[in-house]
Design a protein around this ligand. Structure first.
Ligand code: GLN
Length: 541
């Protein structure tokens, strides 16, 4: 392969939500399985600097990278598929592009010139794309352009793709993901929306090289030829993307459709080795043919929107497969949990996870759920706010501090067992100012956490402003809730657990962000294992 970095752009047409992120991740997986080094980048056309300030209802989960970037949830898919970390450079928004161009303008970098979308904004976009290529770490950069072709916001991105295609020649290509709708009344697959979407791209000066067509039904040769003819692409470059049962099936479907071969051929890259998907297929097989099933309750306040807990539900898929088990998540709205109904709601569950979150809404329901898990010895896993709620529950019901709370929920509480981090006290800006990204944590030997991680120093990703108040630590430990993971620099409590309980662990960090197909997170794997084992022991009410 020539030493030039190859750039592949993924655009979307006809409608949103066709799965550009999964397509990009699947192609990357196939190239990686052929021995190439690949990374994926997402360009988001909105004006926020990052999605950190967005409500999950707007944009689903906010994913966090090791370097502390708050990013689009597609980066989670990239990491889960490729098993390599992403970084701030992998997610760029229009807000960030404009901010850096305006900063340069103020510095005087463009002195004397009118600053315009072309070339200044498009140059900045192109630089952000090429930045990953310049690291020398990757042979392929796959860049997903957010939004749908034709959106006003995505125009500068499409224009940048046009320029890069012109500059890079064979080292750049465009894959357009489109929809072939099926009309059930006439029983036909229709190609016209795809034709229109490609015409729109052509108006902007971009000829797609490959069309990936989402469809409910198989595309026969005639339809593929027709699409190829109308859209100026080679007939073998019309790729069928049938609706899949799981996102993890898509790399295999794309392999069958030879997407990777078409890409390599079009980029003039000699085909040396076949894609090695053995491990991937082993996982898929375990996921699709589980030996057991276990029901786990996920208590959160955005449960009507499953995208808000994407990394958690995916981590359960990885951990389930590792245990030959299907994890059925029962989504439980924290606001709906009360002392009166908690038994009814939870009696058939083998494990309870209390989710991350912000603000007062739903807090009391989370605390009630935790009390139930603690008292009935049901495996419990608290993540971030879930861990904080476990601390509050223990303080109120075991230590007898009736008004115990987090100062996030009650700034005047007399028992602030969870309090604002010292480093947060002077911060007023909301964007990118939490304790974010990877921090080390030391695990205490002989604890559940030690049993899970089997090592002294771990690193996990964070996204929070509040923290266990160490003034209470001695009282907690005396009463049986211990700190089994501590941040070595500041002494912050990162993991709590109850000694006298089959599995009760709360973590201040977000282990879900680091779970991948190749490396299921040990906390999730161990929690699911505990849920399977507890199966027979739990009372069934
Ligand atoms: N709201 C809590 C904090 O800021 C927990 C955050 C979270 O769950 N990500 O500390």
């Amino acid at each position: 392969m020539s030493t030039n970095v190859k750039y592949i752009f993924v655009t979307g047409g006809v409608t949103s939500s066709l799965g550009k992120g999964i397509l990009a991740a699947s192609l990357a997986k196939l190239l990686q399985a052929r021995g190439y080094t690949v990374t994926i980048q997402k360009l988001d056309p909105y004006i926020n600097i990052d999605p950190g300030t967005l409500n999950p209802y707007e944009h689903g989960e906010c994913f966090v990278t090791d370097d502390g970037a708050e990013t689009d949830l597609d980066l989670g898919h990239y990491e889960r598929f490729l098993n390599i970390p992403t970084s701030q450079a992998n997610n760029v928004t229009t807000g960030r592009i404009y901010q850096s161009v305006i900063d340069k303008e103020r510095r005087g970098d463009f002195l004397g010139k009118t600053v315009q979308v072309i070339p200044h904004i498009t140059d900045e976009i192109k630089n952000r794309i090429k930045l990953l290529g310049k690291t020398g770490n990757y042979q392929f950069i796959i860049t997903e352009i957010g939004g749908t072709v034709g959106d006003i916001e995505s125009l500068p991105y499409i224009e940048s793709v046009r320029q890069l295609k012109w500059e890079l020649g064979r080292d750049a290509m465009v894959i357009h993901l489109t929809l072939i709708p099926y009309l059930s009344t006439t029983g036909e697959l229709k190609t016209k929306p795809t034709q229109h979407s490609v015409k729109l791209l052509l108006e902007y000066g971009v000829q797609p090289d490959i069309l990936v067509c989402r469809t409910e039904h198989a595309l026969n040769r005639d339809i593929k030829n027709k699409i190829a003819l109308f859209c100026n692409v080679a007939p073998n470059a019309v790729i069928e993307a049938r609706d899949a049962g799981t996102i993890y099936e898509v790399p295999v479907l794309m392999e069958e459709e030879q997407l990777d071969l078409v890409v390599l051929n079009q980029m003039n890259i000699p085909i040396s080795q076949n894609a090695d998907l053995v491990k991937w297929k082993e996982f898929l097989n375990k996921f699709k043919n589980p030996k057991h099933e276990v029901k786990i309750g996920l208590v959160g306040k955005y449960v009507e929107l499953k995208e808000a807990y994407k990394s958690i539900s995916e981590a359960f898929i990885h951990a389930g497969a590792a245990n030959d088990c299907k994890v059925s998540i029962e989504w439980i709205h924290s606001e709906s949990v009360t002392d009166e109904n908690v038994h009814e709601k939870f009696k058939n569950l083998r494990g309870i996870l209390v989710a991350p979150g912000f603000g007062q809404r739903g807090i009391e329901g989370k605390i009630t759920a935790i009390k139930y898990a603690r008292e009935n010895r049901i495996p419990f896993f608290g993540v971030c706010l879930g861990m904080q709620c476990a601390v509050i529950e223990f303080a109120r019901n075991v230590l007898g501090l009736k008004d115990a709370n987090s100062t996030e929920m009650d700034p005047c509480t007399k028992s602030p067992v969870i309090d604002l981090l010292e480093t947060q006290k002077k911060i007023t800006n909301k964007g990118g100012t939490m304790r974010l990204g990877s921090y080390p944590c030391n695990i205490t030997e002989g604890t559940k956490a030690w049993e899970v991680y089997k090592q002294k120093e771990i690193n996990e990703r964070h996204r929070h402003r509040y923290e266990f108040n160490n003034e209470y630590l001695a009282d907690f430990e005396k009463a049986g809730m211990i700190a089994s993971g501590i941040n070595p620099e500041g002494g912050l409590v990162e993991i709590v657990e109850i000694k006298d309980h089959p599995w009760f662990v709360g973590v201040q960090f977000h282990p879900e962000y680091k779970s991948t197909v190749a490396n299921p997170h040990p906390l999730f794997v161990n929690f699911v294992k505990a849920a399977i084992e507890i199966g027979q022991l739990v009372h069934t009410g």
